[in-house]
Design a protein around this ligand. Structure first.
Ligand code: ZN
Length: 82
């Protein structure tokens, strides 16, 4: 079943695999407030959510990634236990 175009055009037109999608992002750890660079996987889709540990303090984050149509990523990191 195809979703109607007006519902989520990002899902329809996401430029997967053409090399324009961002593959890394800089985030702030909600636990230790350090700046951490994380790797992104555009091949996993335009909307992702997963758990990753902070490189600095090893606390678990919930990472939300949303790709825009131009391939830029909006990344949001929250503490797993919140
Ligand atoms: Zn941390």
């Amino acid at each position: 079943m195809r979703l109607p175009d007006w519902l989520d055009p990002l899902e329809q037109d996401f430029p997967l695999g053409d090399g324009t999608a961002e593959t890394e992002a800089t985030v702030y750890c909600p636990y230790c407030n350090e700046t951490v660079e994380i790797a992104l996987d555009p091949g996993s889709g335009s909307a992702q959510e997963y758990v990753e540990d902070c490189e600095v303090c090893c606390q678990p984050w919930t990472v939300s990634v949303r790709y825009r149509q131009d391939g830029t990523a909006r990344v949001n990191v929250t503490a797993l236990d919140q």
